[in-house]
Design a protein around this ligand. Structure first.
Ligand SMILES: [Zn+2]
Length: 205
């Protein structure tokens, strides 16, 4: 098939103009990613100090979860965290929020249960030794955004370096037990290796 010359010319122009501009004097570097971890601390969001503790544990695994309930854009994250902590204590009799870190729709990372204590779960795997990260929302229905993906990778890489967790011990909740968690749109990045790849780029050499 013959394409009109003008069309080919326009296509070439678009391809060239969409390509990232390269400055030949700049050496090639690793992909530009945010590498500084910023946390909303427990004190920042109104966490209520523990009244009970558990035997401490040593982190050997990093396990990724989703909140499992739809999270609308306008939902108040602080209220949600406070409510989750209070429900965990009063209804579940847990010492605290079940997860150690939580990530919201904007990719902000919140400290939750102090990581020296094992988390909690409604399922039947042994949570001792696991650092639990939860992305707020239900990724059976919701789409994980790029900023959430990047922040999840950054937090995971930071914890993996801090506790010496091997990349092959970074998994999703459903790798341990019968559950949909962390939801298909989050789990696909664990399944296809892209999350671990990004974590690897962010880890200390
Ligand atoms: Zn889970």
């Amino acid at each position: 098939m013959k394409l009109p010359f003008a069309f080919i010319g326009l296509s070439l122009f678009l391809i060239v103009s969409c390509a990232p501009s390269m400055n030949p004097s700049t050496p090639m570097t690793a992909p530009q990613v945010e590498t500084k971890l910023e946390l909303v601390t427990r004190a920042d969001w109104g966490w209520v100090p523990l009244t009970d503790t558990l035997p401490t544990h040593e982190i050997k695994y990093i396990t990724i979860h989703h909140g499992g309930e739809d999270f609308p854009q306008d939902k108040d994250v602080i209220k949600y965290l406070i409510g989750l902590q209070s429900w965990s204590r009063s209804d579940k009799n847990w010492i605290d929020n079940p997860y150690h870190y939580m990530i919201d729709l904007q990719g902000k990372i919140y400290e939750a249960r102090p990581i020296e204590y094992p988390g909690d779960t409604n399922t039947d795997y042994d949570v001792r030794g696991h650092a639990l990260i939860c992305v707020m929302g239900n990724y059976e229905n919701q789409i994980l955004s790029e900023v959430q993906f990047n922040q999840l990778a950054l937090l995971t890489a930071t914890l993996a370096d801090r506790y010496g967790v091997a990349n092959n011990l970074i998994k999703g909740h459903k790798d341990y037990t019968e559950t949909l968690c962390p939801g298909k749109d989050l789990y696909r990045y664990l399944e296809d290796g892209s999350l671990i790849k990004r974590v690897g780029e962010l880890r200390r050499p």
